[in-house]
Design a protein around this ligand. Sequence first.
Ligand code: TXA
Ligand code: MG
Length: 340
Amino acid sequence: MQTKVLKPTPESLALAAEILQKGGLVAFPTETVYGLGADATNAEAAKAIFAAKGRPADNPLIVHISSLSMLPEIVSSVPETAQKLMNAFWPGPLTIIMPKGKKIPYAVTAGLETVAVRFPVHPDAQAMIERCGLPIAAPSANLSGKPSPTTAAHVFEDMDGRIPLILDGGPCQVGLESTVVDATHGHIILLRPGGVTREMLEEALGEEVTLGRGVMEPLADGEKALSPGLKHKHYAPKAEVKVVLGPDDLRAQYILDSAAKDARPCVLCLEGRRGLYPGLTVLSAGNTPEDYAHNLFAALRHADEIGCTQVYAEGLSLEGVGLAVMNRVERAAGFHVIQL
Ligand code: TXA
Ligand code: MG
């Protein structure tokens, strides 16, 4: 199959809608990462997503909407906490897990009675969903296990020949996948930190948000995950990744000493710390934690492109978007964290 890459225009959006209505797959930009979309009411279309990504069948998909009027056919009820979060953060990078409605097949929810719903703010994502008039199931548009794509070129790298169309809306703004919360247990449980931070959720709810087990630590052998995604290896480049945490001076010394023993090492750090690593390849995380979020996945892909076999990622504090960045880097590192 030939994969077209088109800028979003009325013509390409019409083509995307036609493909989706016939049960086909289209990759499209969102404010977080690129999604691989299919009709969320069509079980066969959803199964095609799993095949194209090589995704384990037990990992459910997020259903995307372009207006609140689509919600009643997707969920069977809206918990009060979910309503508060929708009012505060939709449209935007927040996914809310609610009780599943009848129109959504189990192929989408991987057999679960709950469904993850997201209303993206990206104008091209909204236009595409609006145009085809269907809720759109979409995981990130990478091959399963690889870092999520934040440009159309990343999607092409993974999906060339597997899908008919990629809509190229330029680089994604946030750069990390949406925050995922579970609203089906009374209080809100954070299952995946993202651009909508834990602090922002707590402020909107007026109560504490619990961090799900397995989010910032590996699950024990055989332990049941609240979200199937927590069991799976994720975001990993081919290179081995180590996360280094601790006082500033100790971190640099540790990385310099260890890198001296590696064949092809590189460092991922904020620009302000580049000068600490003379003679080493430095992948820039940008100037702020928000930049780090935006640059992380592209940097991990770049490490592979330039043949690095060992990435030392400097840690951030867990405040604000730092929690989301550390969640992704620690998972990319298989929780190989060096605490000095
Ligand atoms: O930003 C995003 O969320 C992107 C864009 C395309 O919207 N999508 C995305 O999808 O990251 P994906 O499939 O890569 O991640 C969805 C996560 C998985 O970890 C999955 O296990 C979890 O959400 N999830 C989906 N439905 C769930 C459910 N009913 N219960 C628990 N976890 C669920
Ligand atoms: Mg993903």
